[in-house]
Unconditional design. Structure first.
Lengths: 145, 145
DNA sequence: CGGTATCCGTTCTGATACTG
DNA sequence: CAGTATCAGAACGGATACCG
């Protein structure tokens, strides 16, 4: 796995003398951005949502997400584990058994994420309308002259 | 585990009788995921955070974000505009002047995002500790034998 | 079962050059 | 000023093969 660990923190410049929340992207703020990236990750959200309901085994997770490849599930799980959001338990039995569960920290994150999901669900329609309007405007402008 | 639904990679199997939020990844749910991706986008957040304070011109945004390339700022702004989160106003003056501002919809999104940012800030330390612990454990296991 | 290692096409993004 | 167009390099993610 060469990719999971070293994510380019982009850069971290400042210099305009006019920041605030922007520090998300500056040195110390990069941490926040990093975590935000993890949370925003395509598969992380699904995994967290599933584990919030109950502990699951590797294969159970894979079956439930379906679109995910074994590789990405592993990578995602490792990241979440490293961040202390998920706990991995290996049972030393003959057919290996590995359980994944949300840590208390992971659980609080899930609650927070829910707000965002709810917002999205509530405004889905508005956004769809905005897109349609935008695209139509574009078409008109592109129309053969 | 009759996941005999496996066919299209992007599709989702259910049959486990245990879904809900998982629909994020299924046909209709894809919309939610799409929007979530936009929100989660690296630059979108910065732009939204900045515009939440006040209207800004293209160059002002670029200077404030610093790490962003002109290309990515343009792309990001177009996406946000298309989704109805940002409004773009072109002033027909000689040195072109284009203002960007948050729409009411964009403003409500900002409020929602804040919760996530706050969570991150509050748990930054815990996560950092978890990472350190995880990495140390890894080192021990990897140590030359 | 639950991974890890590797190959490789696709996507994303930054740098650069040019325009109304 | 505020873009657009193009291109190359890096990152992402799937498929595949093999292991404890």
């Amino acid at each position: 796995m060469e990719e999971g660990t070293s994510k380019s923190p982009t850069h971290c410049a400042d210099t305009d003398g006019d920041y605030d929340i922007l520090q998300w992207d500056t040195r110390e703020g990069c941490e926040v951005r990093q975590i935000l990236d993890r949370v925003a990750d395509k598969w992380s959200l699904l995994v967290i949502a599933l584990l919030e309901r109950r502990t699951l085994r590797f294969t159970e997770l894979r079956n439930r997400i379906e679109g995910i490849s074994q590789r990405m599930l592993t990578v995602t799980l490792r990241q979440l584990e490293r961040d202390g959001l998920v706990r991995r338990t290996v049972h030393p039995v003959v057919p290996p058994r590995v359980d994944y569960e949300l840590t208390p920290l992971g659980a609080t994150l899930h609650a927070t994420i829910q707000a965002l999901v709810t917002w999205t669900e509530e405004h889905q329609h508005e956004i769809a309308l905005a897109r349609t309007a935008y695209d139509r405007r574009l078409d008109h402008g592109t129309e053969a002259s």
